[in-house]
Design a binder for this molecule. Structure first.
Ligand code: DHE
Length: 507
């Protein structure tokens, strides 16, 4: 009986939504309460969050995936639900002690070690639209190279905006907790998303429709798309591997275990494409190696192993893609790796845990410089890309996460993500390396992450709050020209900038 309304609802909804709606509605507590938290989990949570807590319609509930959520927050989510999501409130089903027991249980390692193999990946694969039946040209009337893909983290949605008029072309639900920048096919038609829970989706921007999805891992770092548009490579923490997908429909090609030369298993820190090298470059977290996997011609995807001076976290490329600037834990800073010679060139002084993937480069006095925010210190580090010397540490009102510019902009925009001044955004003069302006878009609310239109005229900025907004600034006059209310908008990505790997944007 209970299934009938859910089935009716399902008729109007995509398959993934159906499972969530059917199962997230709390049923009345059984007359006899389950004796322990595992039984409570199986009764109330498993249908959405999966057997062995591996995830399903809802996210995985393993210590590995909950590390970013404090136990008090998890308790509140079970009790009160999560607004604008399928997660309902359980306060009328479970008492406080039961919720506390459940939270304790979720933060314990699973009795059954989590696994995710090729059969699991294949079983999760869904084709949602047959791409062959769709027109190949844009069907929306907007400039396809000036679209913005905006991740609305507060309600796990994605909006597609026309970057000329800043009007919405599409708004759809994403998998839970997308993280990292979505990546684009070389022609900008397809955009690929990764969620922290390992779900990878491909969306057709010409037709504004979701094409396919697959769960490539249990805990994913990020993904990269080859510059020939044929391959998607996903880097996972859990299981520690790379998963190679066919970019057309996300079908599994193969998985590549992340194992060091000496047999030590590792997590994958990050994977990026290096277009001029026709290769993916991968940083490993638990062995001192970076890998390069060529996708030229008929690739075998055998990793070329490059010895690193330390374990690697995130990294950026130099503009010519010859060197990696990577964060290393041992040096409490960074290291430079030459991809041609395969040698670790030098350590670099980056003392404040830089979020290197967010670093950007530009030309100053004819020379390339690289700047990165630091997650644990209120300063921007600026390096000379010839000598690898630190040119300047620019003090900010607090530690930042993201940095952006555009070739035509005199400023590098950087947020203050942490601390009492997290409503501030600094505009750093790219030549003097001084803070030229400080904006407070919505005082008291966290302002973060900027992206420019393809022509550099406008800068779009997130106010990362439940009652937040996407703000459009005239990049020259710094006047706000539009405000679009949103629920914790996080990253936003301009198609043209991304496919050109434009100076000033993230890669
Ligand atoms: Fe991110 C990008 C790592 C926490 C939002 N973040 C990235 C990338 C890496 C990374 C390696 C580049 C991937 C890519 O774009 O392909 N992030 C990490 C961490 O190690 C860290 C510090 C801890 C963690 O939990 O993983 C971390 N990141 C966060 C957050 O807490 C943020 C603010 C909120 C969230 O969504 O989880 C966050 N990270 C982002 C965003 C990008 C990102 C929006 C894409 C930036 C871009 O402009 O491309």
């Amino acid at each position: 009986m209970q299934l009938i309304p859910a089935l009716l609802l399902a008729a109007a909804l995509p398959a993934a939504t159906f499972v969530a709606l059917d199962l997230a509605i709390p049923r009345a507590a059984a007359a006899t309460q389950p004796a322990d938290s595992q039984a409570l989990y199986e009764q109330h949570c498993q249908s959405c969050h999966g057997v062995n807590r591996l995830g399903g319609a809802g996210p995985a509930l393993l210590p590995e995936s909950l590390s970013r959520i404090k136990t008090a927050e998890a308790h509140a989510v079970i009790r009160d639900g999560r607004p604008a999501s399928q997660m309902a409130a359980y306060s009328h089903v479970l008492n406080e002690a039961q919720i506390t027991g459940l939270v304790d249980y979720l933060y314990q390692p699973s009795a059954v070690p989590p696994t995710w193999n090729d059969a699991d990946i294949r079983a999760s694969h869904r084709i949602l639209t047959d791409v062959a039946t769709l027109p190949t040209t844009p069907q929306h009337g907007a400039d396809p190279l000036n679209l913005f893909v905006v991740v609305e983290a507060g309600n796990h949605h994605v909006r597609v905006l026309d970057g000329d008029r800043f009007e919405e072309l599409a708004n759809f639900q994403s998998h839970f907790a997308l993280h990292g920048g979505p990546k684009f096919s070389p022609d900008g038609r397809f955009v690929y998303f990764a969620s922290r829970d390992g779900w990878v989706s491909v969306y057709d921007l010409n037709n504004l429709s979701m094409i396919a999805e697959v769960r490539a891992g249990l805990n994913t770092r990020n993904l990269a798309v080859s510059n020939d548009g044929r391959w998607v490579l996903v880097g996972n923490y859990l299981p520690g591997n790379l998963v190679l997908l066919d970019a057309r429909d996300l079908s599994l090609v193969k998985h590549i275990p992340a194992v060091g030369q000496d047999g030590t298993p590792s997590r994958v820190s990050a994977v990026y494409t290096a277009p001029p090298r026709d290769s993916f470059v991968v940083a490993l977290k638990d062995v001192q190696e970076a890998w390069e996997l060529s996708y030229a011609g008929e690739p075998t995807f055998e990793p070329r192993r490059i010895k690193a001076a330390d374990y690697l976290d995130d990294f950026s490329f130099t503009p010519d893609y010859r060197h990696l600037l990577a964060t290393s834990r041992k040096a409490h800073g960074g290291q430079v790796i030459d991809l041609d010679t395969g040698e670790a060139v030098t350590d670099i002084p980056l003392p404040g845990m830089p979020h290197l993937g967010s670093g950007i480069y530009w030309k100053r006095d004819g020379k390339w410089v690289f700047a990165t925010p630091n997650v644990s210190k209120g300063l921007i580090s600026v390096l000379d890309l010839e000598t690898w010397k630190l040119i300047k540490e620019i003090p900010t009102e607090g530690p930042g996460f993201f940095m952006r510019s555009q070739a035509s902009s005199p400023y590098a925009w950087t947020d203050v993500f942490f601390g009492p001044n997290n409503d501030a955004v600094h505009l750093i003069d790219k030549q003097t390396l001084e803070v030229a302006h400080t904006l407070r878009p919505m005082p008291g609310k966290n302002a973060a992450h900027v992206e420019f239109t393809n022509d550099g005229r406008y800068a779009l900025l997130s106010v990362w709050d439940t009652d937040g907004a996407l703000l459009v600034y005239d990049a020259k006059t710094l006047e706000e020209v539009k405000r679009i209310p949103m629920n914790k908008p996080s990253g936003k990505y301009n198609v043209g900038n991304k496919i050109e790997f434009a100076e000033g944007t993230s890669h």
